[in-house]
Design a protein around this ligand. Sequence first.
Ligand code: FAD
Ligand code: SIN
Length: 541
Amino acid sequence: MQTDFLVIGSGIAGLTYALKTAKQFPDKKVLVITKTNADETNTKYAQGGIAGVWDEDKDSFDKHIDDTLIAGDGLCNKHIVEIVVKEGPERIREMIEYGANFDKNESGDYALGREGGHSEYRILHHKDVTGKEMERALLHEVAATPNIEINNHCFVIDIITQHHLGYLVTKSTLDITCFGVYILNLTTNKIEKVLSHFTLLATGGCGQAYRTTTNPKIATGDGIAMVYRAKGRIENMEFIQFHPTALFEPGVSPSFLITEAVRGDGGILRNKNGEAFMEKYDARKDLAPRDIVARAIDNEMKISGTEHVYLDCRHMGKEKFIHHFPNIYEKCLSIGIDVTQHMIPVAPAAHYSCGGIKTDEHARTSIQNLYACGECASTGLHGANRLASNSLLEAMVFAHRAFLDIFTRLENAETLAASAFAENIGNAIPDWNAKGTSDPREMILITQSQKELQQIMSDYVGIVRSDIRLQRAMKRLDLLFEETENLYRNTKVSPQLCELRNIITVGYLIVKGAEFRKESIGLHFNTDHPLKSELLQNIIL
Ligand code: FAD
Ligand code: SIN
């Protein structure tokens, strides 16, 4: 299969890029590949909203930039922060043009929300289901764009580089080039190669590396693992963001999120004795940045020996609560919690990967013709801790920038050269070699290994880390890695096996990053190195 533009992922990042590219090149084909249904993405579950400077009387670019830099604890790339904040409102306007409905107040202006770390009200939202609304609008626009094709239920196994043509490719190879991907087509059960001059990875996050996560099952860090295997650069993986307030519901996975916007509207965290504890930890109390709030909750849980704390919304007013948070109200009611009468039990859950595939300001990866944006990318925006509601914004800004970069390259006489490419390189790329593999004898081994991985990461590489915990994690991951690679060599590939392999790689990258970072900063807190070093650096693997 050959396409002009190849997009892996149908969340906000992939679809934004696909729309822009398809509209600019109406005679070219844009192929979007997604491993389950098109709307099953992290994007769909986003609640709080998308941050952007909207009310220019009260807010300013400088304030949003400062808030982002403060949350990032000194490790953000200021140039990238400025790009995202300044270009953000234009991208949000485009989202509105695609048909996304954001809530308005009685005077007809957008009703702006606030979350942890924001000094102003600047978050556009649709009730407490903003992501679902944005994904709906994007898919609707895609359906009306004839030159975009979405292939659902196609699992991308690996990106194709000159390694597949028989060349030795190492981390020091300068011109590693992406020619497309191998996919497992789950409808035909065949492995196919999809070739393209330009490939964009928009494969989302990796919350599934942890036992308790807000991320859906698809979030297994596939893009990050693929780039690492292809010898591309990965950065800052130790910064896994734990959302402070996931609904505590033992045995339920993924965890249901209680958006930070609830605290923005006045919700108060309390410990098991009913004490509002955040003032002990930070002057910004319940609206401190996420790393601080999650660590405070972790500490309160350790002190009291409980598995959760409470979010108190009883004083917020029923009508107001239901108006802004109808989904949360219904969900809580469905498990016997009337938020106007009872406090909501909450605990932190793995939520967002601040690091990922290292990209530049044009969304280029270290591999030629391979771009990345959205949660799988590390652009430099988030530093050591992401500011709430900055990720949907970042995804749109860099989807646009990837499109612009490719457009400029094509304007400057670079051609898609489809036929020459197909003849010269496409034909030389071998079909997938499944020789020597057989059907898995026990699928349960794969499930068990994934559970083990999640257990290891949650027990040893969670909110608070130490050198010995990281060493333990690495030893156990080594064994899982060896067992899984063995299985991979001898077994026919399946999405489950590939996801296991990917999430083990991601676990390895998180632990490796955490081991290299001999300091505590942002989301990475190591009791053996409690202070921030003076020379802040990104950790590139
Ligand atoms: P996703 O939306 O996750 O899409 C990933 C796509 O890649 C999917 O289509 C998937 O099928 C595809 N894919 C992955 N691997 C493969 C493979 N191997 N083969 C084929 N396809 C593949 N951020 C905010 O800014 N504001 C919020 O309010 C907010 N709330 C959130 C609430 C929750 C519960 C969660 C989980 C996240 C929230 N976030 C929020 C974070 C934000 O939603 C995500 O970071 C963002 O949506 C990621 O978008 P994306 O396009 O990069 O990836
Ligand atoms: C939330 O609604 O609390 C999540 C926002 C985010 O992850 O940015």
